[in-house]
Design a protein around this ligand. Structure first.
Ligand code: ARG
Length: 251
């Protein structure tokens, strides 16, 4: 008898672990679990021990609007969509560009901002795709920057880093000629080291969205409805202006 109960409990646990929480289940629980990286300033980063940034504030505002508390989980960027597939959290907000490849594995919300991948180098360094020929370029692993840089012919070496901040550090210390990252993040980084870095061309554009477990349409719907409310009631504009001095929503 005991054994049957144990076996049943194990099965139930397995079954529930294999199933993403629907909107109704999240609502009943009262807390939503959101995952991010925490090393992509000013979108998601740590200020001392405090997780903060545009995406953190935006997701907090979405949760508040939905009447939910938030449990934040931070993971290396590379692990975020894998953990989503394993139901470790309800959704991911970490500046993921919507791509056909990723859309095979996860569902995306409506975009929460529009941006692109841009070159950053030292003054006098490469500024265009053509300038990258024969050069060493650094990018964060698992990103659309890597995918797009790979398409440029003639680059001498593409080095990948677990963290975007390490890619930046490699450029700063002269181990690379150029770094490709988000255009807004690049501007922010340049401002923090006056005179040391400059932004070059935008190599590609992308729409950034929250990622939800494939098939969890009830949650995606709620996130979209909530994002749209925040875009219409001034909350989005206020946050965007606070972090970027402009409104970065997709137009
Ligand atoms: N936008 C790029 C992509 O879609 C980079 C995202 C990196 N995000 C992060 N939290 N490090 O791949």
């Amino acid at each position: 008898m005991k054994r049957t109960i144990l076996a049943l409990t194990a099965l139930t646990l397995l079954a529930s672990a294999a199933q993403a929480r629907t909107w109704d289940q999240i609502k009943a629980a009262g807390t939503i679990k959101i995952a991010t990286e925490g090393a992509f300033k000013p979108f998601n980063y740590f200020e001392g021990k405090k997780l903060t940034g545009f995406e953190i504030d935006l997701a907090d505002a979405i949760a508040k609007q939905l009447g939910l508390k938030v449990e934040w989980i931070t993971q290396p960027f590379d692990n975020l969509l894998i953990g989503l597939g394993q139901d470790r959290y309800d959704f991911v907000i970490a500046s993921h560009g919507i791509s056909p490849e990723r859309a095979k594995a996860v569902d995306f919300s409506d975009p929460h901002y529009c941006t692109g991948g841009a070159i950053v180098s030292k003054p006098g360094g490469p500024k265009s795709a053509a300038d990258l020929v024969g050069k060493t370029v650094v990018v964060q692993v698992g990103t659309t920057y890597l995918d797009n840089v790979k398409k440029i012919k003639g680059i001498k070496d593409v080095k990948t880093f677990q963290k975007d901040t390490d890619a930046q550090a490699a450029l700063m210390s002269g181990r690379a000629d150029a770094w490709v990252s988000d255009k807004f993040l690049g501007l922010d980084a340049i401002k923090s080291v006056p005179g040391k870095l400059v932004q070059g061309d935008l190599l590609f554009q992308e729409k950034i969205a929250m990622a939800v477990k494939k098939g969890n349409t009830s949650l995606t719907k709620e996130l979209n409805a909530s994002l749209s409310k925040l875009e219409n009631n001034g909350v989005y504009a206020k946050l965007s202006n606070q972090y970027f001095g402009q409104d970065i929503r997709c137009k």
